[in-house]
Write a protein that binds this ligand. Sequence first.
Ligand SMILES: CSC[C@H](O)[C@@H](O)C(=O)COP(=O)(O)O
Length: 367
Amino acid sequence: MRIEGKAFTTIWLGDDAASIHVIDQTRLPHKFEIVTISNVAEAARAIADMQVRGAPLIGVTAAYGVALAMRADPSDGNLDKACAILAATRPTAVNLKWAIESTRRRLSGLPPNERGPVAYAHAAAIADEDVALCEAIGEHGLALIEAAAARKGGERVNILTHCNAGWLATVDWGTATAPIYKAHEKGVPLHVWVDETRPRNQGASLTAWELNQHGVPHTIVIDNAGGHLMQHGDVDLVIVGTDRTTASGDVCNKIGTYLKALAAKDNGVPFYVAAPSPSIDFTMDDGVAETPIETRSPQEITHITGRAADGRIETVCLVPLGSAAHNPAFDVTPARLVTGLITERGVIAASRDALARAFPDRAAKPQ
Ligand SMILES: CSC[C@H](O)[C@@H](O)C(=O)COP(=O)(O)O
């Protein structure tokens, strides 16, 4: 993707071929700052503090985190320690576990002196694969947007999205945004309703920022507006991402996604989930009962950060002193509410059979 005319991915290797660089997503949309990560503790902190976020990017960052640890000390003990530190950062996005386990499998049989270079190559391969998966999702999702445009006789297609399942959540393209970028590039008239996504406002701060960078027409709405827009025919399709989709097609995604799916069902609006295979957890079945839901700090609800008129970044309190706040960061949308999963292998039903048919290689194997 291009930021102010310059091509960027969201994570890249430093000139020393050891440290990695990422965009600090806690500073957007106000400041575009690049952070250097030089060791596994810094990688873990960047994930936990959400300087990097979004399921696919969390996975890639963790893979590089293991590589940084192996460069410092390639012993078995340090491999275990690095994997444990990274795995403890965020519980919900399965890409984290997937990337750590994939890296551990790749390294465990190797002599320690080979582990550093192999770990870097493996992290780079995971990053490259993420770009390819997102691009394939883009092509399959493009067909859905083109079909909607054809149904509307060429009138603009209104797409609603939640949180940031965009370029910033991945290495490139995004998951939910890949079809949008592909359609926009192809000249399909479209407009995106961007849910602000309280409490951290990934929609208003991140999705809006990247759509702006790419000239995609969009409008930010409060999280509660989606049902109203759907009732009035203002949403043609919903496309969201996923942090963990189970073998039966239940979709865990940013808190508030479930309510959008209910409103979409009630209004006959197609509800699609862009789901690259590393976000599918074939070891899990019942998403509501089994998905570990991250609870984040109440301060994300009670306080808000923004840019003051004089340009200073300020954090202010929104609530009465003494009120409690509870901050579950994800919810689960049952498969019955999902029109389809846009995977790298095509658009499929959110069902056990369809997932097993599309991914026979993954469905049979332990994660
Ligand atoms: C493609 S990333 C996964 C989701 O689609 C995204 O919306 C999301 O929930 C990210 O959560 P975050 O808590 O910002 O890491």
